[in-house]
Design a protein around this ligand. Structure first.
Ligand code: AMP
Length: 540
């Protein structure tokens, strides 16, 4: 077929011998991401692939839409290797656009709908994106205006596609009007297929380049481990671009298996319980705060949730107390998962005993995963002893995109990713997350980089210095707290929580990163070597 491998600068390739081994051992197969979808289309064209609101999209229709949109995008000049920022909420168009870009060999940059100008502009700049797809408004934000602004500011951003707030509209119709292109290979399995955002510990979110091989592998191993079959009806209520919604097992898992994905705008009980009842949902993936909301909702007795077989919970630490309540109160098997967009995903196995299901966050999902649990000196610790988790394997990247400085710290020389998580591993290999060494806030599964928030707060006229930390919260796990030292002569009335939140919002920061609490202090506690003691600030 004569395609040469795609060369994307800023991508850290796997060493050749490792890549060959992953292929030889069957972890990486000769497949690109749209191919399993089109196999499902061929198997049962009439079956429902996606349900969203009143819309039901069958497999044949989904395939047709993908190939029409791909034709339209191709006509615009989108080609293999082009980066394209996809900034859409949980609507079918997200799935359609992502597959359409993959058909062309383009590289979607997954951006959560909660992102605002700060994050999107950064992605456009770093990736030199040629296109940006969004909805006109989301959560009160005027994204059509953002699209216009970006187009004016970044000459390389040739195309902005603005859909109606709930998807569809004239911009989509214009693309759908094209005759579908043929479904065929326009990229190779080893090509970079997508860029996903990292949780982030430094300034801006970093980008994670997955290839078709790493991603199809991750999906393929997730399907049986999560019990996904063609009879599965999966609820997607976590933001659709998160790993949980895409590949763990995500819409890729359920569409590859030939099941049905039900999309919900959010995961609140009022939104999702009626959907679970109406569509007989069998599997859902949620974050711990949502699980608490489900468990504590009086609505759970008003709706028939009996179809729910497996409830996958991950993204942040789940308390054993909440975990224990899942089976008796929701009637589903609790499947904890612990993974990261960088690749590694662990799942509790579906046949695990109760104690394991409640306490642990799982076993590695890929037979090719290699895990190390190390002490501070880099020596392996015995089972049951907490240590730093490092991971390498056929689903785990070898470097962030265009981030050599960060890569030198985040990866070992032999390619292990330093997860920043502190875990305990038992004799069976089951992992329990017991802490974290990275400077990151986990706000109910949404990751916040303190440094990113601090950099922006420092721009406020009344602020001399700021330190942002996560403080314990019963529902979210952690909330964002900003300690602020006022600039000399500053009026304390202008440095309130409300004022700082407004200031950050105006600078276009996603709302989940805004401080929940603000305290003005005279000075910061210091460590012995004079650094700000975030540990003391977290505890106070
Ligand atoms: P993300 O890339 O956004 O999925 O974030 C990955 C990080 O989320 C991991 O490195 C952990 O710090 C955290 N995380 C994910 N799942 C869990 C879990 N089940 N328990 C505790 N922390 C988790």
């Amino acid at each position: 077929m004569g395609l040469a491998p795609l060369v994307l600068d800023g991508f850290t390739p796997y060493p050749q011998d490792v890549a060959e081994r992953y292929r030889r051992e069957g972890h990486w197969i000769d497949q690109i991401l749209p191919e399993p979808l089109f196999a499902s289309v061929a198997r049962h064209p009439e079956k429902t692939a996606i349900i969203a609101g009143d819309a039901r999209i069958g497999y044949a229709e989904l395939g047709d839409r993908v190939l029409r949109v791909a034709a339209g995008l191709q006509r615009l000049g989108i080609r293999r290797g082009d980066r394209v920022v996809v900034h859409l909420p949980n609507i079918p168009d997200f799935i359609v656009f992502v597959y359409a870009f993959w058909e062309l060999g383009a590289v979607p940059v997954f951006s959560p709908a909660a992102h605002r100008r700060t994050e999107i502009e950064h992605f456009v700049e770093v990736t030199e994106a040629r296109a940006y797809v969004t909805v006109a408004t989301h959560d009160g934000a005027d994204l059509a205006a953002l699209a216009a602004e970006l187009k004016g500011a970044w000459p390389g951003l040739e195309h902005t596609i603005v859909l109606d707030p709930a998807g569809g509209g004239t911009a989509l119709d214009a693309l759908l009007a094209h005759e579908p292109i043929a479904h065929e290979r326009r990229s190779l399995p080893q090509d970079v297929a997508l860029l996903q955002m990292s949780g982030g510990t430094t300034g801006h979110p970093k980008l994670i380049p997955h290839t078709h091989e790493t991603y199809t592998h991750s999906v393929r191993v997730s399907i049986p481990l999560c019990g996904i079959t063609d009879a599965s009806v999966q609820l997607i209520s976590v933001p659709i671009c998160h790993s949980m919604s895409v590949r763990s097992p995500g819409f890729l898992g359920v569409l590859n298996a030939g099941g049905t994905a039900v999309l919900a705008a959010d995961g609140s009980p009022d939104t999702v319980f009626p959907l679970i009842q109406e569509h007989r949902v069998t599997q859902a993936s949620i974050v711990p705060p949502l699980l608490l909301a489900w468990l504590n909702s009086s609505l759970k007795d008003r709706y028939d949730l009996s179809s729910l077989e497996t409830l996958h919970v991950g993204g942040a630490k789940l308390s054993a107390e909440a975990a224990r309540r899942v089976r008796p109160e929701l009637g589903a098997f609790l499947q904890q998962g612990f993974g990261m967009a960088e690749g590694l995903v662990n799942y509790v196995r579906l046949d695990a005993d109760e104690a394991t299901a409640v306490r642990s966050q799982g076993l590695p999902s890929s037979p090719g995963d290699e895990l190390l649990v190390l002490d501070d000196e880099g020596r392996e610790v015995p089972p049951g002893t907490p240590g730093h988790l490092l991971a390498r394997g056929p689903a785990t990247i070898r470097g962030y995109y265009r981030a050599p400085g960060l890569n030198a710290i985040s990866f070992t020389e032999d390619g292990f990713y330093r997860t920043g998580d502190i875990v305990e591993r038992d004799e069976r290999g089951y992992l329990t997350v017991v802490g974290r060494s990275k400077d990151q806030i986990n706000r109910g599964g949404e990751k916040v980089s303190p440094e990113e928030v601090e950099n922006l707060v420092l721009g406020h006229e009344g602020v001399h210095d700021v330190s942002v930390v996560g403080i314990a919260d019963r529902v979210l796990g952690e909330r964002v707290k900003a300690y602020v030292i006022l600039r000399e002569g500053a009026d304390p009335a202008v440095v309130t929580l409300g004022a700082i939140r407004r200031f950050l919002r105006e600078r276009g920061l996603a709302s989940y990163k805004l401080p929940d609490v603000l305290e003005v202090v005279a000075e910061f506690p210091r460590t012995a070597v004079g650094k700000v003691s975030k540990r003391a600030q977290r505890a106070s």
